[in-house]
Design a protein. Structure first.
Length: 752
């Protein structure tokens, strides 16, 4: 540690000590005692309860403010019963958690925003709070822990879908953009104006980034996905959709190792459980976190931890970076980083903390699967285990390294410019992120020269990258400075300098860029080559004669590397035809995979077929959720919300043989049913005809298909789907009398 680093660290700690003096004499508070005897944690770590009920109820996401306090978004309306009855009620909130006696355990909480409907994400940015309450994304300023001056950032942030399939995350990345899971948009505020632009569609629930700025996410059955490249490097050509650069499965190993037999959806299906009824593979993976806290042992730095709530565990993955790809592998076989026999333990999100710890958001709820997806098998198991009664709980846990104490952190609101710049050298990624952001949104122009000195004089690549993007946020970069940084830095920093130079692409700067790229390509580093390839199209737009030969050099160097082809093609846009014509005449490229990819992109442009991220305005609602809504509106009044049937009105749907045949079910829904019917050997004759929905012009073929998708999933163990085309065909498949079908006619149709 340098003398300068030590002196500045003491200055920051002294401010923290004064804070302790002010609050150190407060009386102690009553704090719930939560035992963790059912939890097994990797050796060398300590698990503690930071917050619990009564302060929490169904927490789903947290963030830390400038003082290090935890803010939490809660969804107590989620799955209070099998039907999710409170899902649309304004019972959610965002709370501020406080530790007034400073013993490390929350003893006080206050509501910041109340009466919210299913809030799912929050982030402290620009001195205020960005939060998602579907369908809207809001930003609100904060005064005395109260919301003021609310601004609507996006009115269709999450307009449709259930909580399992709506945008969430709100992750501020190193590039100064805010990214989301289950979304193809990113956000940023510049000069007081909120910007929104397309980005790669990523994951399902939770998102994280590494020290370099690459993004990580997952979905239910694939525990770790990610991008090989920085955000938006391969999606700049709207008529090209990358397939090997982004949204990649980083490990094929989806094996999980719970400590006990857990209650999971479709546990009856082959391969879901082993002979001891133990879950085999992830079915509800979520909330990935790249650990960047700086207090875990070195081997754990930039490991990715993944929540497996259905298995009551947290998994650890080790990353390996190759320059043009990222590979992940589970840390161990037959055990997990953290696992519990407490079936209420539902980790749904993970966070790096300002003290270097890892924080676990434990929803601590019996039912975590949305009602639109629950199988009869799971409903029975949940009832039998009384998991549906576990609803008024919530925990936040802290994982610490036993051999290194959690480090004190500064109050960012009290730091001056010099101290904020100094914190970019902190080993804790959370601290570095926050220092970068404060320098930008406070418009600390006095930091420009110190930042440049830090970038040119600092060895640590992560510090240099943070300094670069702080300068970018302050509009203080120049092409000469970036050239100098790229020439005199390690590969990771040079790659970022290459990306940032695009803002200065011009005829006048072409010679400097050409010379730099030639020098960098001599290093033979595939990562540097990849980012040069990704930017050449931008520079070709201002001087194609100068940069086209460099493109040819890279194509010769990587003739069978698809990621290089995607990177180069993404930057071309208007220069596609020129490149194709030029390469077509070269015998070296007759059978080039790049030319084939280029031809596809040109064809897409000609047809006007864009990458879906540029045409998708908002996320479409998944079919089962849509079908569930229509079922409850149209069908449940007669068949019951649980498909159990209602005496005198309609027979049961649960495990009925008539929903095992999707076409038969489609005919019933469309055309109706009259006369007696047998269900599971029992005779029903209500002297009533079930009317068909075919007479309702507002109900589309898609609506019918969605109802079938939901009904067969909710009331049978064999989900079925029916295409819209098939539904259209069934509309014209009339009964003998042209009205409702009889049971006999349906049975006769079954063989067709």
């Amino acid at each position: 540690m340098t003398v300068l680093y030590r002196i500045r660290e003491l200055r920051i700690k002294s401010r923290l000590f004064l804070t302790l003096l002010v609050f150190g004499c407060k009386t102690s508070y009553e704090e719930p005692k939560i035992l963790l005897e059912e939890y097994q944690l990797e050796d060398g770590f300590r698990l503690e309860v930071v917050a619990s009920e009564p302060h929490l109820k169904a927490p789903v996401a947290i963030d830390f403010d400038a003082q290090g306090r935890i803010w939490v978004a809660q969804m107590p309306g989620y799955m209070n019963d099998m039907q999710g009855s409170d899902e649309t009620k304004p019972v959610g909130n965002i709370k501020i958690l406080e530790d007034l006696d400073e013993d490390g355990v929350v003893d006080h909480s206050k509501v910041f925003l109340d009466s919210l409907v299913m809030p799912r994400a929050l982030a402290h940015v620009y001195g205020g709070l960005l939060y998602a309450e579907p369908p809207k994304l809001w930003f609100v300023e904060i005064e005395d822990d109260k919301p003021v001056h609310r601004v609507l950032v996006d009115s269709i942030y999450a307009s449709k879908g259930n909580p399992e399939h709506q945008p969430n995350g709100l992750l501020l990345n190193i590039d100064n953009w805010i990214y989301n899971a289950k979304s193809n948009f990113r956000y940023r505020r510049r000069n007081g104006i909120w910007e929104k632009e397309p980005t790669t569609f990523r994951g399902q629930w939770g998102i994280s980034h590494d020290n370099f700025g690459r993004l990580y996410y997952n979905d239910n059955s694939r525990q770790l996905l990610g991008d090989y490249v920085l955000p938006n490097r391969v999606v700049r050509n709207p008529y090209f959709t990358p397939k090997v650069s982004v949204d990649q499965m980083l490990t094929k190993d989806q094996r999980v190792y719970p400590l006990h037999a857990t209650t999971v959806n479709r546990g009856y299906a082959q391969g879901v459980l082993n002979n001891d009824s133990i879950l085999v593979h992830a079915t509800a993976a979520c909330g990935p976190l790249v650990y960047r806290g700086g207090t875990f042992p070195k081997a754990y730095e930039q490991n990715v931890f993944v929540c497996i709530p259905e298995g009551n565990l947290i998994k650890r993955n080790i990353l390996k970076f190759t320059g043009d790809s990222t590979i992940a592998a589970q840390a161990w076989e037959h055990r997990e980083f953290l696992a519990s026999t407490d079936e209420g333990f539902r980790p749904v999100n993970l966070n790096n903390g300002p003290d270097g710890s890892m924080y676990v958001v434990d929803m601590h709820r019996g039912m975590i699967g949305h009602h639109a997806y629950l199988s009869p098998y799971l409903k029975k198991k949940v009832k039998g285990n009384q998991l549906d009664t576990l609803i008024n709980f919530g925990r936040i846990l802290r994982v610490q390294n036993e051999t290194s104490k959690a480090k004190p952190f500064p109050n960012f609101e009290t730091l001056n410019t010099e101290e904020l710049v100094f914190l970019l050298q902190n080993p804790n990624g959370w601290i570095r992120n926050r220092a970068q952001h404060y320098l930008i949104f406070k418009e600390e122009t006095g930091a420009i020269e110190p930042l440049k000195n830090l970038t040119l004089g600092q060895e640590n690549p992560w510090t240099k990258i943070h300094a670069l993007y702080t300068l970018e946020g302050l509009d203080a970069l120049s092409v000469d400075f970036l050239v100098s940084v790229a020439k005199n830095s390690l590969a990771d920093v040079a790659m970022h300098a290459i990306v940032l130079m695009e803002a200065f692409a011009s005829k006048e700067n072409g010679k400097k860029a050409e010379s730099l790229f030639k020098d960098l390509m001599k290093r033979g580093n595939n990562g540097i080559d990849l980012y040069i390839g990704s930017t050449l199209g931008t520079w070709m737009a201002v001087d194609r004669e100068r940069f086209f030969p460099q493109m040819v050099t890279l194509l010769d160097r990587y003739p069978n590397k698809p990621i290089f082809h995607e990177a180069i093609l993404s930057g071309l846009s208007e220069k596609e035809l020129f490149v194709k014509k030029s390469l077509d005449t070269s015998p070296d490229f007759v059978h080039s995979p790049f030319l084939s990819l280029l031809a596809q992109s040109i064809a897409q442009r000609t047809k006007g077929t864009m990458n879906p991220i540029f045409s998708r305005i908002t996320l479409a609602e998944d079919n089962r959720t849509s079908g569930a809504k229509m079922f409850f509106e149209i069908c449940a009044s007669c068949h019951g919300i649980n498909g159990q049937g209602i005496q005198g009105l309609a027979p049961p749907l649960m495990n009925s043989e008539h929903i095992e045949n999707a076409e038969r079910l489609g005919l019933i829904i469309l055309h109706g049913l009259e006369g007696p019917i047998e269900v599971n050997g029992e005779h029903y004759d209500f002297n009533l005809a079930m009317p068909g929905l075919i007479r309702n012009e507002n109900i589309t073929d898609k609506d019918i298909a969605d109802i079938i998708s939901y009904v067969t999933n909710a009331f049978s163990d064999n989900p079925k789907v029916l295409t819209e085309e098939k539904v259209k065909e069934l509309r014209s498949t009339k009964s003998r009398n042209g009205s409702e079908y009889t049971m006999q006619e349906l049975l006769e149709y079954s063989g067709k």
